[in-house]
Design a protein around this ligand. Structure first.
Ligand SMILES: Cc1cc2nc3c(=O)[nH]c(=O)nc-3n(C[C@H](O)[C@H](O)[C@H](O)COP(=O)(O)OP(=O)(O)OC[C@H]3O[C@@H](n4cnc5c(N)ncnc54)[C@H](O)[C@@H]3O)c2cc1C
Length: 533
């Protein structure tokens, strides 16, 4: 569908864009408006609730107070078409003569992923190449691939697969790479199976997974923000968009005013019908809360993105159903933690215990009640990280279960208690408390981290540009696009490109299509062989 053109739509250089949310979706929209649409940077206004841009792609801190990343990202070269289209044209922060993408290529050439120890049980490395699928599981997978998405509706994964499936190596590898839970949407699993079919044979070794040189704030967000700064984009920090006035008439729905809270003041921005408005409706890191070495984080129940979406959807059913995603924190939360080590004993112990070099992989401890995993990135992981300080990251998918060692729910634990539990799984609890001296662990509770995987029906997410919307587009995880998979940077960047191209009437064929590697006979054969391993 193409957007109805206002009778007096001016040329792009005279139009303004209002972007609510400065995550990668909002920043990518700003970049495509300028790069591909010739909208002047100073006409692009980004309203961000926080005092920093980047959203989920964060990376902050210093050696003294400790570093924090709420998440660490894995990428695949073939499946991030729009992301690479963007970052091929953004200069790297450290070397302006090279692009962010070229810097990544060089880094991955030197640090190729090859996980030796994807799963561990006690001190035993599990042979994760044996996926433990039964014939019944394989048939259930084949039937899933053959069932059209619209027939799956809000079916949960646990309703599709038989019980034993959730105890297989395949499930442990799959669930901890992509963060699926048994109660999540089986339709989304189907999308992942198609989108990442080419990764099946090496899912357990993570070969083919690309990473950035540093955390993604330093390596992707900062260069992009600098590029946008240079173009004159108007960034407004500490500015929460709370509502929009939408005029409905025979011509459709048109935003004509934006309401926002900035500091203690309520402000409004008038929007011309020919202006473009982009909203990131729903955020996986909204409501996230940091704890400390001796303090547990809080579990919040809502956040700005959900409240804005609720307000917009209230009178506009085609803007989706936020409750489906944001209404069950028990099912959508999990917790991550970032560890900064001046005393590097624990870091060296992890490397030795898992026999995994830094930068190589991701190790999941399958006996852990919380289902803990650790990711030891190549060091340094922060641009300002000194040589004698190490950093690693971890997460656990079941924060409401009691630990095996610490008899508390993870959600109630301090950073220290989380590390004590980890030390138990690393078989070094006898070295407590010395091994934790001069170590800082900052836990992060994310109440909505998997909200996008909640079972959903068609219509629960609005289309990027909903039918009848004249100047409002939705970006990010909660904007519906066919076939693409949601817990990815790519989904957000693709939504931004789609929205910008539609509003500016640019050639949609220029948007890189979603690759269909599963159609290649070799890929198909290798994928089937992998299911029989
Ligand atoms: C732990 C973790 C691991 C991940 N792993 C991977 C991975 O391996 N590979 C991968 O590709 N992706 C991964 N992701 C996902 C990826 O980072 C996200 O999908 C992507 O960054 C989302 O970007 P976004 O801009 O759509 O939303 P967000 O990053 O959530 O940004 C939304 C922004 O909007 C702001 N905002 C919201 N509401 C308002 C409002 N009303 N007014 C003003 N501002 C508002 C928020 O503060 C935020 O800055 C991971 C994410 C996390 C957290």
């Amino acid at each position: 569908m193409s957007v109805r053109k206002h009778p007096r739509t001016p040329p792009a250089r005279e139009r303004h864009a209002h972007i609510a949310g400065g995550g990668i979706a909002g920043l990518a929209a700003a970049a495509f408006l300028i790069r591909d649409g010739n909208v002047p940077g100073e006409n692009v206004h980004v309203y961000e609730k926080l005092d920093v841009m980047g959203g989920a792609m964060d990376g902050a801190g210093d050696p003294e107070d400790g570093y924090v990343i709420r998440g660490g990202r894995m990428f695949t070269f073939p499946a991030y078409e729009c992301t690479w289209d963007l970052f091929r044209t953004i200069p790297s922060l450290e070397d302006p003569d090279t692009s962010v993408k070229a810097e990544m290529n060089e880094f991955n050439r030197i640090h190729e992923s090859h996980a030796e120890t994807r799963l561990m049980s006690g001190s035993r490395r599990i042979d994760a190449s044996n996926n433990q699928l039964t014939t019944r599981h394989r048939l259930q997978m084949a039937r899933l691939l053959a069932t059209p998405e619209e027939r799956l509706g809000d079916t949960r994964i646990e309703e599709w697969f038989s019980d034993g499936f959730f105890e297989t190596n395949f499930w442990y590898v799959w669930a901890t790479i992509f963060a699926f839970q048994p109660w999540h949407s089986v339709a989304e699993v189907r999308r992942y199976m198609y989108r990442f079919f080419q990764e099946f044979p090496q899912l357990h070794t993570m070969e083919g997974i690309d990473r950035t040189k540093y955390n993604q704030y330093d390596s992707m967000i900062l260069p992009l923000r600098r590029w946008l700064d240079e173009k004159g984009v108007d960034f407004q920090y500490g500015c929460e968009v709370t509502d929009m006035d939408i005029v409905t008439d025979r011509a459709g729905r048109t935003v004509d005013r934006i309401h926002m809270e900035s500091g203690d003041s309520h402000e409004t921005v008038d929007v011309d019908p020919t202006d473009m408005v982009f909203v990131t409706n729903g955020s996986m890191t909204d409501g996230s809360d940091l704890g400390a070495m001796d303090e547990a984080p809080e579990t919040k129940q809502t956040g700005a993105s959900w409240e804005l979406w609720r307000n917009l959807a209230e009178d506009n059913p085609q803007f989706g159903n936020p409750e489906v995603f944001a209404g069950n924190v028990q099912e959508t939360k999990w917790e991550s933690f970032t560890v900064t080590l001046h005393n590097t004993d624990l870091f060296e112990h992890i490397v030795e215990f898992t026999q995994e070099e830094p930068g190589n992989g991701l190790t999941t401890y399958v006996d852990s009640n919380w289902l803990m995993s650790t990711v030891v990135a190549a060091q340094p992981h922060f641009a300002n990280q000194p040589d004698d300080v190490k950093v690693f990251w971890g997460y656990a998918l079941f924060p409401d279960r009691k630990g095996n060692y610490v008899e508390k729910k993870m959600s109630e634990c301090t950073g220290r208690e989380i590390l004590e539990e980890l030390c138990y799984h690393l078989d070094c609890e006898d070295r407590l408390p010395e091994i934790l001296e001069d170590v800082n662990c900052i836990p992060c509770m994310m109440p909505f981290i998997t909200a996008h995987f909640q079972p959903r029906e068609p219509g629960d997410r609005p289309r990027v540009v909903p039918d009848g919307s004249n100047n409002l587009a939705f970006l990010g995880q909660y904007a519906e696009m066919d076939r693409d998979v949601v817990f990815t940077v790519e989904y957000s960047v693709r939504s931004a490109m789609t929205a910008v191209y539609e509003f500016l009437d640019l050639d949609q064929d220029e948007t890189p299509p979603i690759s269909k590697y599963y159609r290649k006979p070799g890929v198909l054969l290798d994928g089937i062989k992998a299911a029989y391993r």
